[in-house]
Design a protein around this ligand. Structure first.
Ligand SMILES: [Zn+2]
Length: 167
């Protein structure tokens, strides 16, 4: 397993729509293992393939941050099919290190997800898991969480981010 370099805010590859995955391959299995390793190393809850420069509808989520292997979820060609309620809470992104902001998300989210053997499953997540589903699926559509804010706040965050990356 390897820790992969994570693309950061401003990289045009984070703004692309990703492609659906066809057949599951050993290369994808290795990529997923590396993505879990990277997410864990960076102390994230999830990581989407576009963040490591791979333009595929693939993401990993681990709300236990490495504590419980059973909580590892692999999103393959996921789609949100149901949203309920609202939660507010602070959100961050491994591609925008150092920035955390309050963002409203649905409290409960159900997705349709492909499994590695080519079947389909429905997964329902609440609270942090629901937030992670939305956040990672946004990445696959080329959207970062800061894009939910208006232009003034976004520019403020961008300046703050650039200032701290320059040291
Ligand atoms: Zn992110």
């Amino acid at each position: 397993m390897a820790v992969l370099p994570v693309l950061t805010w401003g990289d045009p590859r984070l703004k692309q729509n990703s492609q659906d995955i066809g057949e599951w391959t050993p290369e994808l299995e290795k990529l997923v293992a590396d993505m879990f390793e990277t997410s864990l190393f960076e102390e994230g809850v999830g990581l989407a393939a576009p963040q490591v420069g791979v333009n595929l509808n693939l993401a990993v989520i681990d709300c236990s941050c490495g504590e419980d292997p059973d909580q590892r979820i692999i999103l393959i060609n996921p789609e949100i099919i149901r949203e309920e309620g609202v939660q507010s809470g602070s959100e961050g992104c491994l591609s925008i290190p150092g920035i955390r902001e309050e963002l409203e998300r649905p409290q409960k989210v159900t997705i349709r997800n492909r499994t590695r053997d080519g079947g389909w499953q429905e997964l329902t997540g609440e609270d942090l898991m629901a937030r992670a589903f939305c956040h990672e699926i946004d990445h696959l559509r080329g959207r970062l969480f800061v894009e939910y804010f208006g232009p003034v706040k976004r520019q403020f965050l961008q300046r703050k981010y650039q200032k701290q990356t320059k040291g």
